[in-house]
Design a protein around this ligand. Structure first.
Ligand code: PSU
Ligand code: MN
Length: 303
């Protein structure tokens, strides 16, 4: 694992560090805009007083913290970077591949590096079954990894393309506390609220940090999910959202798209069909989440 000097120094000092994933850049945002977002996200973490550590695999080497040139490579249209969940790390390393890490992959590496907080966009979850099926068996490894990895992940809930109720049930089974950040309902990514209530709500980064510390003290290996709704001024109008969702799901079904390709395909449909509205929403929520993650990381250091 290669950790940049800046990140290594912050960790050695017990300073605040925020892990950032690379799949949302390479596979979740269009080329060009993704590179701008990479810089904006790192800037937002710094502005809130923490050190950003974007994580990816380059030529089979795990990198914690990327240089500008490495971010250029990751974000290039023809990068050919694989989407790496936790199970893909071994193959990518042994076979000297390039890859962008998902939440599952990033959280695994962040914990190994000693990073306690991770800011991102949407968490993976339980997918709805395709028409004619009773079960999809497509349950994101993000859920399993968070059940055994003690990091706090700040996200805007899960996209409404997933079975939100089932996702919340699995988080309970796996002993992952879900904290609403100034909300009583699980957020639905492009929308501030789903209809699913949460058991716990926190009002400040300090409260979230206190929960993470108390959770860890119980000897549990699981992480914490801090669910931060998209900023109100960036929320997508519900009619536009529902129409794009129905279209996107139909496209996935028609194309027989499966597994790891489902999320990138749906995101691309939203981004190309909403005239930029979903893209702006996506960027706004990521920036808000990494800012909150940095504030939590700072609070954890002063605990
Ligand atoms: N949600 C988004 N954008 C993304 C992802 C999720 O809005 O890019 C990515 C994250 O990296 C997440 C992954 O970990 O998709 C989940 O993929 P899957 O459902 O295939 O496990
Ligand atoms: Mn999946």
């Amino acid at each position: 694992m290669r950790i940049t000097d800046e990140v290594a120094a912050a960790l050695a000092d017990g300073g605040p560090v925020v892990a950032l994933e690379s799949t949302l850049l390479a596979h979740g945002l269009p080329p060009g805009r993704n590179r701008e977002v990479a810089t904006e996200v790192e800037g937002a973490v710094r502005a809130a007083g923490a050190i950003p550590a974007t994580i990816a695999v380059l030529d089979g080497q795990i990198h914690v913290g990327l240089t500008d040139a490495q971010l250029d490579r990751l974000c290039a249209a023809d990068s050919g970077f694989a989407k790496l969940s936790a199970r893909d790390l071994g193959p990518a390393i042994a076979l000297s591949r390039d890859g962008a890490t998902t939440i599952a992959g990033t959280a695994t590496i962040a914990h190994a590096a000693g990073i306690r907080v991770f800011g991102t966009g949407g968490f993976g979850g339980v997918h709805l079954p395709a028409a004619g099926e009773s079960l999809s068996w497509d349950v994101s490894a993000d859920l399993d990894v968070l059940s055994g990895t003690p990091v706090t992940v700040v996200c805007s809930g899960v996209k409404s393309v997933l079975d939100i109720g089932a996702t919340i049930e699995v988080l309970e089974t796996r002993s992952v506390p879900v904290l609403g950040y100034r909300t009583d309902f699980f957020p639905a990514f492009y929308r501030r609220e789903s209809r699913f209530p949460l058991s716990w709500r926190v009002e400040s980064p300090a409260e979230a940090a206190a929960v993470a510390t108390a959770h860890r003290a119980q000897g549990l290996r699981s992480g914490v999910l801090l669910a931060n709704p998209i900023p109100a001024d960036a929320e997508m109008p519900s009619e536009l959202h529902d129409r794009l969702l129905a279209e996107g799901m139909a496209k996935v079904a028609e194309g027989g798209v499966r597994g790891g390709d489902v999320t990138p395909m749906l995101l691309e449909h939203f981004h190309t069909s909403s005239g930029g509205v979903s893209l702006d929403a996506n960027v706004a929520l990521v920036l808000s989440n990494v800012t909150l993650a940095a504030q939590v990381a700072v609070a954890l250091c002063t605990n």
